[in-house]
Design a protein around this ligand. Sequence first.
Ligand SMILES: Cc1cc2nc3c(=O)[nH]c(=O)nc-3n(C[C@H](O)[C@H](O)[C@H](O)COP(=O)(O)OP(=O)(O)OC[C@H]3O[C@@H](n4cnc5c(N)ncnc54)[C@H](O)[C@@H]3O)c2cc1C
Length: 390
Amino acid sequence: MNTMPEQVLGVPKPDWMSDDLSMLQDMAGRFMETEIAPHYDRYEKQQVVEREAWEKAGAAGLLCASMPEEYGGAGGTYAHEAIITEAIGHTGVDGFGIALHNAIVAPYILNHGSEEQKRRWLPKLATGELIGAIAMTEPGAGSDLQGIKTSARKDGNHYVINGSKTFITNGQNANLVIVVTKTDPAAGAKGTSLIVVETDEVDGFERGRNLDKIGLKANDTSELFFNDVRIPTANLIGPEEGQGFVQLMTELPQERLLIANQAISMIERALAITIDYVRERKAFGKPVIEFQNTQFKLAELKSEATMARVFVNHCVEQHLKGELTPTTASMAKYMLTDLQCKLVDECLQLHGGYGYMNEYPIARMYRDARVQRIYGGTNEIMKLLIARSL
Ligand SMILES: Cc1cc2nc3c(=O)[nH]c(=O)nc-3n(C[C@H](O)[C@H](O)[C@H](O)COP(=O)(O)OP(=O)(O)OC[C@H]3O[C@@H](n4cnc5c(N)ncnc54)[C@H](O)[C@@H]3O)c2cc1C
């Protein structure tokens, strides 16, 4: 019988894991197994998940689960997003970009948007009619977000946006893009504003290349270009200009925790499939699991993964209470993704040459894991943020 990723560590369920959330875990796992996994090789080849899959996720209640019901969501909390995100990792369909849509894009609108904006956009994000993206990074500015150049000049009751963005997750599918702009280029961070671009409604917006990555191939990570794109001033997020940096700083801890949830779910899957593999595979007349090196290696990895799981559960609990600090979220992102890359590498080693073959899931995990140390703020930037607390 196959080892289940959800059970490989034996960590007791956290207190916040209600019966409802257990049911969601089963349902989301079944959805990923039956609706996404069978098509995943095709998604990887075409480098995009079809909109139909998004709409199916919407119909199943897996989009915007943490948004209030009055805006079309399921009325849940961050715990719902954590469960759905982990179902993706446990199934190995990590390039299906709904976690970013659900737990990064929608919260900007819920937490900082006007009542009219929430009513206009959240219900469509919940069905998948709108697919969300957030465009911060530019060719010349990634870690140094204050250095972005995309401008939004006011012209009557419109903004005119000019600039280019790159590495944008869901960039080919997205038709609602939160664009990080400078409304006052002279004012530094205080001149930064978030503006929603509904791409179906505007002229001057162009999608660039769907970028060819080493991993997460099913995700459409793209360049986006804005040439004199006219956007109503009503699409500014927040009551006035210049709030963008504060809004980003408020939401980034949840993004970092989300990446930690992604990491722990892949860690559990990698351990589960590796334990099954070394039980089956024989060398020198006995299963590979009987070599002491294999046992010690897996014992070390299971111990580290167990500590990581307890920490992630703790961080989710803190976040649900509104007490997760930016420092702790940065620790979770950095520690979990470093461990993810190390553990997947060691698990691949235990597969021998088969681990290097793309037909084995551990090979895909190896490629998919690497970016986790880079996006959402690199792990070096996480250490800078943690160091500020010393
Ligand atoms: C697959 C993928 C998906 C992404 N999705 C999105 C998305 O949806 N939206 C979005 O806006 N962005 C996205 N990004 C961009 C991502 O957030 C950036 O790549 C990341 O923040 C790093 O920026 P950079 O690539 O410009 O690297 P740079 O900032 O140029 O960094 C280069 C190196 O210098 C190091 N460095 C930089 N500054 C410091 C410092 N002060 N101290 C020490 N070291 C430093 C970095 O850690 C890194 O090792 C995505 C990236 C990838 C690869």
